[in-house]
Design a binder for this molecule. Structure first.
Ligand code: UT7
Length: 323
């Protein structure tokens, strides 16, 4: 059985760090409120002229170096983003050109905060079907560009960044002991559009628009849907929550992350948390958390990882990976 095996990972954060106190000088908020409700202490914000593609390219170069794979060996790039450089072409094609990859295909996937899990699932399917053999999967965002900086209910929650992994087709035995992506589960519910969306776009308003969110409503769906999808993906792989070594969740809110960890019966030290330093970077949050825990030595070869996320759509999903 063909498995998509992770060869390496990389990440990049813009240089500029914005603290809660700095935001409290612009909108009516406080470091205390933000930390208590979300766990966020700071976020990175892209510089003027620094685009999603620039963050993606830097993260990708680091992932290729870590994997020991040349860009010319890639035959697929799947980039998850809700903040592309331009309406078209896909930001992935800019990454392709900059990396010097001239064959195969590069395209974007848009599932907002679930984007990375969606992109992993798409790349895994294309590898298993023989369409591609070596894939770069990226999550990259500049959410600072779609925030209403006068809306304290949203502007304190998000940040910019990028993360990437390299997947390669390898022969597996077809058991849960194989390295690679073991199972994916994806869902969406378009009826929930109004609780998290951007009020602009090329076809509707010819503007970029700003992010709008009913946080409490999203929170309720997040708790319920995350519990269901992690159960589903474990069942697909024939595994149980006690088999999980690391929960690598989407980083929206520490309270949602803690809730999912508790439902899985995982001790806090088995849950990777970066929301304090990165805030919510949408599609980039999972690969940023992943890179943090791989590079600091927590995640080791053979460990079982559960990645999960939910965002606008609503769209949500989970992937189980043997590192
Ligand atoms: O990644 C995509 C998925 N997104 C998520 O998963 C986000 C899910 N939602 C959340 O994380 C939380 O709902 C939030 C962090 C967004 C909000 O926390 P909450 O505990 O649900 O607070 P709330 O929205 O109910 O607001 C409570 C109070 C309100 O004041 P009143 O009406 O009680 O007087 C808000 O106006 O806090 C107020 N508030 C703030 N106060 C200080 C809202 N934002 C702020 C702020 N600073 N930044």
């Amino acid at each position: 059985m063909i498995r998509s095996v992770v060869q390496g990972c990389g990440a990049y954060l813009p240089e500029r760090i914005v603290t809660n106190d700095e935001l409290a000088r612009k909108v009516e908020t406080s470091d205390e409120w933000i930390q208590q409700r979300t766990g966020i202490r700071q976020r990175h914000i892209a510089a003027d002229g620094e685009f999603t593609s620039h963050l993606a390219i830097k993260a990708s170069q680091r992932a290729l170096d870590h994997a020991g794979i040349k860009a010319s060996d890639l035959d697929l790039i799947v980039l998850a983003t809700a903040t592309p450089d331009e309406t078209f072409p896909a930001t992935a094609t800019r990454v392709q050109a900059e990396l010097g990859m001239t064959r195969g295909a590069a395209f974007d996937v848009q599932a907002v905060c679930a984007g990375f899990v969606y992109a992993v699932s798409v790349a895994d399917s294309l590898i298993k079907n023989g369409v591609a053999s070596t894939a770069l999967v990226i999550g990259a965002e500049t959410f600072s560009r779609i925030l209403d900086w006068n809306d304290r209910g949203t502007c304190v929650l998000f940040g910019d960044g990028a993360g990437a992994i390299v997947l390669k087709a390898e022969q597996g035995k077809g058991t849960s002991a194989d390295r690679g992506i073991l199972a994916n589960a994806l869902h969406s519910d378009g009826r929930q559009h109004d609780i998290l969306y951007v009020d602009g776009g090329p076809s509707s308003t010819r503007t970029t628009g700003f992010l709008r969110m009913e946080g409490k409503e999203v929170f309720k769906h997040a708790v319920v849907n995350m519990a269901a999808v992690v159960g589903e993906v474990l069942e697909k792989a024939g595994l149980e929550s006690k088999d999980i070594d690391w929960l690598v969740p989407h980083q929206a809110n520490k309270r949602i992350i803690d809730g999912t960890g508790r439902k899985l019966g995982l001790p806090a030290e088995r849950v990777v948390v970066t929301v304090d330093k990165h805030a919510n970077t949408s599609a980039a949050s999972i690969p940023l958390a992943l890179d943090t825990a791989v590079k600091d030595g927590r995640i080791k070869k053979g460990d079982l990882l559960l990645m999960e996320g939910i965002g606008g759509g609503l769209a949500w999903g989970a992937s189980l990976v043997r590192w």
